[in-house]
Design a protein around this ligand. Structure first.
Ligand SMILES: Cc1cc2nc3c(=O)[nH]c(=O)nc-3n(C[C@H](O)[C@H](O)[C@H](O)COP(=O)(O)OP(=O)(O)OC[C@H]3O[C@@H](n4cnc5c(N)ncnc54)[C@H](O)[C@@H]3O)c2cc1C
Length: 302
C-alpha cells in the first residue's frame, strides 16, 4: 500500500459528491434498477453475462435487510421479464447477517425463491473475515436443503482458503484475491503469495469437481488459469471468468473473443456514494488504481 494510495484516501471526504459520482459511474451502474438493466443489456449485447449486486451493506435494522432482499426479487423478476442474462450476488451483511443469522438465511432463501424458477444463480459474496465461517455455513445449509444454484466465494489472500477449497467439492465457487485488509496472522500480505494461493485454490477446486468462477483482472493470473484449463482440457461450461464493471475491459473482450464465458459484476443502488467511499477506505490500493486509471484517461498517452 503506497503513500500515494493513503494520501488519496485521506482527501476523499473532501472530494465533491459530483466528482465521486463521475468517477464511480464507470464502476457502478447507477442508483436504480433501470440503470442496472440498461448496463446488463449493453453487456449482453457484447456477449458478456452479468451478476448484479444491490448496494447496501451497512444495515442496522431487520426492515432494511428485508428491503434489500425485496430489491433483489424485483431485479430477478425484471431480468426474466426483459430476457436479460443476469444472476445476482448477495452480501450476507446486507441481508442481515450481523443482526441475526436466521434473518439473513430467510432473506437469502427469498432471493433464491425468486431466482430458481428461471434457473438463475445466487452467488453469496464473501465479506471480511468475521463473516467467513457463517457465510460458508449458510452456503452448506442451503445446498444441503436442496438449493443447487447457489455458491460461495473464497478469497485467495486468506491463509485458510486452499483448505476451504478442498472442502467444497462439487460446488460452484468464485475465487478472487479478497478485498478486505485482515490481520497479518490470517492473511498473506505479499502479492506473490496471494497469487500462489489463488492458483493452488483454483487447482483444488477443479480437483474437487467444482465449477470455478475465476474472478480477477490480474493478467498473470488469467494466464495461469488459461494454462490450467488447457492442461485439464476443461470445457467452457466448467468455468467462467468474472470481472468488475469498468475494469480492464480489453482483457475481458479478449477472453470473450477466445470463446470463454465472462460475467461482469454490476453494482447498483441508492447507496452508491457510501459504497464508493467505503470500498476506497477499506482498501487504499483500489484508490490508487482508480486515480491511475482516471489520470490515464485525462492525460492521453500517459
Ligand atoms: C467478479 C468479482 C467479484 C468479486 N467478489 C469479491 C468478494 O465476494 N469478496 C472479496 O473480498 N472480493 C471480491 N472481489 C474483489 C477481489 O477480491 C479483488 O479485490 C479485485 O478483483 C482486485 O484483484 P485482482 O485479482 O484483479 O488483482 P489486482 O492485482 O488487485 O488487480 C489487477 C489490475 O486490475 C486493475 N484493478 C483491479 N481492481 C481494480 C479496481 N477496483 N479499480 C480499478 N482498477 C482495478 C488494476 O489495473 C490492477 O493493476 C471480486 C472481484 C471480482 C472481479
Amino acid at each position: 500500500m503506497s503513500l500515494l494510495d493513503r494520501a488519496i484516501v485521506r482527501v476523499l471526504p473532501a472530494v465533491p459528491r459530483s466528482v465521486v459520482r463521475r468517477v464511480s459511474s464507470r464502476y457502478i451502474a447507477g442508483a436504480s434498477l433501470d440503470d442496472a438493466k440498461r448496463v446488463v443489456g449493453e453487456l449482453n449485447a457484447q456477449g458478456k453475462l452479468a451478476t448484479v449486486d444491490v448496494l447496501g451493506e451497512e444495515i442496522t435494522r431487520a426492515a432494511e435487510a428485508e428491503a434489500i432482499a425485496g430489491e433483489y426479487v424485483a431485479a430477478l423478476e425484471a431480468f426474466e421479464r426483459e430476457d436479460l442474462d443476469a444472476n445476482v450476488s448477495v452480501k450476507p451483511t446486507g441481508l442481515g447477517l450481523k443482526l441475526d443469522y436466521a434473518l439473513c438465511k430467510r432473506n437469502v432463501e427469498r432471493v433464491i425463491a425468486a431466482a430458481e424458477p428461471s434457473n438463475r444463480f445466487v452467488r453469496i459474496d464473501m465479506e471480511d473475515s468475521s463473516t467467513t465461517d457463517d457465510t460458508l455455513r449458510l452456503f452448506r445449509e442451503l445446498r444441503d436443503e436442496g438449493h443447487a444454484r447457489v455458491g460461495p466465494v473464497l478469497q485467495a489472500s486468506l491463509m485458510r482458503t486452499v483448505d476451504d477449497a478442498k472442502a467444497l467439492a462439487g460446488a460452484s465457487v468464485r475465487i478472487c484475491k479478497g478485498i478486505y485488509v485482515e490481520p497479518e496472522s490470517i492473511q498473506f500480505r505479499d502479492d506473490e503469495a496471494v497469487r500462489r494461493s489463488f492458483v493452488s485454490a483454483l487447482e483444488a477446486l477443479f480437483d474437487g469437481g467444482c465449477y470455478a468462477a475465476i474472478a480477477t483482472h490480474d493478467e498473470w493470473l488469467v494466464e495461469q488459469a488459461l494454462r490450467i484449463l488447457r492442461e485439464r482440457e476443461l470445457d467452457p461450461d466448467q468455468y467462467e471468468f468474472q470481472m468488475l464493471l469498468g475494469i480492464r475491459e480489453s482483457l475481458g473482450d479478449s477472453l470473450v473473443a477466445d470463446g470463454h464465458r465472462l460475467r461482469i459484476y454490476v453494482p447498483y443502488g441508492q447507496q452508491w456514494y457510501e459504497y464508493s467511499l467505503r470500498r476506497l477506505k477499506e482498501n487504499p490500493k483500489v484508490a490508487g488504481y482508480i486515480a491511475a486509471d482516471t489520470l490515464g484517461r485525462l492525460v492521453p498517452g500517459r
